[in-house]
Design a binder for this molecule. Structure first.
Ligand code: ADP
Ligand code: MG
Length: 240
């Protein structure tokens, strides 16, 4: 579903990604971890071309992401992305937030978009909040809306960039629970997170990054059993 091949990227003279290769199969959940500044966000953003790359290639469901001929809005409409900060439209109600992308990007009729949005809102346990505005919801609730909004576009895969790291501790689980459910339903997911409980529960593979390199790309059992690299071992011993 996602094939990342020999990707290198520079910000000016600073090389942020060095020869990164990995892939995510359909239905697979891959957790990406590593120290702050190691390039996790940059890597995940390259997958839907929110960041350009200078070397290598990325193919998502058969489409070459950085090919100038690729229809990026169309590609992005199939790749759900959830960020650390929820990025809901503050001036739109929750219902409108859920419907707008479906109408504007997918061309769905408003009624249909709202119906689908409300179904997904129910699924993340927030049906009662449909007419509120984002500012009236807690951070955990807003993040669940952001996930529902991404799902409303019928994504073929979902990318998450530290979706719980801006949340108060008591709200982390309500978001992780939604993500665990998604994973168990077979959604293809690439998830940057330090929530190793989540990784242990649903990840198929774990990627560990350090200084722009993919240092480790292992099955969950191998990774938690004993990572091969010293850097990953140190990282795990600090966060577990
Ligand atoms: P992570 O998500 O693992 O914390 P990032 O991908 O955000 O790491 O950043 C990796 C490195 O790239 C960091 O050193 C960061 O300072 C740098 N960086 C990130 N975004 C930019 C940018 N737009 N311009 C220049 N440097 C950047
Ligand atoms: Mg980051």
């Amino acid at each position: 579903m996602i094939d990342i091949k020999n990707v290198s990227k520079w910000y000016g003279k600073f090389q942020v990604l060095t020869d990164c290769s990995t892939n995510v199969q359909k239905g697979e959940v891959v957790v990406v971890c590593g120290p702050s500044g190691s390039g996790k966000s940059t890597l995940i953003k390259t997958v839907n071309a929110l960041e350009p790359i200078q070397q290598g290639s990325i193919i998502v469901n058969g489409t070459s992401v950085h090919d100038p001929k690729t229809d990026l809005p169309k590609l992005r409409s199939h790749v759900g992305m959830v960020f650390q900060h929820f990025e809901l439209f503050p001036h739109l109600s929750i219902t409108q937030n859920l419907a707008i992308g479906q109408v504007k990007v997918l061309g769905r009729k408003s009624d249909e978009a709202i119906e689908r949005g409300l179904k997904l809102l129910d699924r993340v346990g927030l049906k009662a909040h449909a007419n509120k505005f984002p500012g009236e919801l807690s951070g955990g609730q807003q993040q669940r809306v952001a996930i529902a909004r991404a799902l409303s576009m019928d994504p073929i895969c979902m990318l998450f960039d530290e979706p719980t790291s801006a949340l108060d501790p008591e709200m982390i689980n309500e978001v992780l629970d939604v993500m665990v459910e998604l994973a168990q339903e077979g959604m293809t997911m690439m998830v940057v997170t330090h929530e190793m409980g989540f990784a242990r529960k649903v990840a198929h593979r774990v990627i560990f990054m350090d200084q722009g390199h993919i240092v480790e790309d292992a099955s969950k059992d191998d990774f938690f059993g004993k990572p091969r690299s010293e850097r990953a071992q140190q990282f795990l011993s600090r966060i577990l």
